[in-house]
Design a protein around this ligand. Structure first.
Ligand code: CAA
Length: 240
């Protein structure tokens, strides 16, 4: 039986590359998105991957959406918690709203995505969880107190879940992308982006497929002893 994989934020950017890689690996994939209907429809047309619309920051919506995915495709074996947002500002200018939005999506959203599938994974004695963290959760980043806090928190989630899930055949791992050529990074002011690229020894932004490659490795059936780990893919910009 094909493994069923859920990828949040799976119709654009890094998430879209992950959805495609898992499909190529033989998984039945459900990709979620929060708002961009046109991009989701185009993604399904291109890939044949089913998309589902809900807000990862909303627990009830996540639970209901996950129940729908399982009714359509079967029990979820693989979860990739990828959905994330930025609301960058230096700390003295950061508003409580900017803080909350990022915490709700990038940190609570990870809880909301994993919590509803966890009991089923425990019962079936198999699960693969990957959380997409960030280089900026490892090193911090000027202008990203909110984002860096969530991405560091994601690493705590993974290391704790790894310990709780191990005896049930569940692994939980993190991938920390560096700066990848996606809309999120392209939204950074050009001068700032150029300066960042100057700090990457590989001399370029990463490609979404280079992150998807890491995820495909971690979710494979025979990756069961890789548990609680963090794969950094950042062009040698930072060593955790
Ligand atoms: N380091 C040190 N000082 C910096 C700085 C930096 N990286 N960036 C700005 N400053 C300084 C400026 O030079 C300026 O100093 P002066 O007042 O002495 O001139 C001061 O900070 C304020 O700068 P701005 O007026 O430009 O501040 P701003 O309100 O316009 O906001 C910012 C700046 C939004 C933080 C902007 O610098 C920015 O967008 N930085 C990029 C943050 C970033 O890397 N985001 C990652 C997005 S991609 C992502 O998140 C994916 C992933 O996982 C990697």
């Amino acid at each position: 039986m094909a493994r069923v994989a859920l990828v949040t934020g799976g119709s654009r950017g890094i998430g879209a590359a992950i959805s495609k890689a898992l499909k190529a690996q033989g998984c039945t994939v459900a990709a979620t998105y929060a708002g961009n209907d046109a991009a989701a429809a185009a993604f399904t047309d291109e890939t044949g991957i089913k998309t589902y619309k809900w807000n990862a920051a909303d627990y009830d919506a996540s639970k209901a959406g996950i129940a729908q995915v399982e009714a359509d495709l079967g029990p979820i074996d693989i979860v990739v918690a990828n959905a994330g947002i930025t609301r960058d500002a230096p700390f003295h200018k950061m508003t409580p709203e900017q803080w909350r939005e990022v915490i709700d999506t990038n940190l609570t959203g990870v809880f909301n995505t994993i919590h509803p599938v966890w009991p089923g994974m425990r019962e079936r004695k198999f699960g693969r969880i990957v959380v997409i963290s960030s280089i900026n959760g490892q090193k911090g980043q000027f202008g990203q107190v909110n984002y860096a806090a969530t991405k560091a928190g994601d690493l705590g989630i993974v290391k704790s879940l790894a310990q709780e899930g191990a005896r049930f055949g569940i692994t939980a791992n993190a991938v920390c992308p560096g700066y990848i050529a996606t809309e999120m990074v392209m939204a950074v002011p050009e001068k700032v982006r150029e300066a960042i690229i100057g700090q990457i020894p590989t001399g370029r932004l990463g490609e979404p497929e280079e992150i998807a490659r890491c995820v495909a490795f971690l979710v494979a059936d025979d990756a069961g002893f890789v548990n609680g780990s963090t794969i950094s893919a950042n062009g040698a910009q930072f060593f955790a």
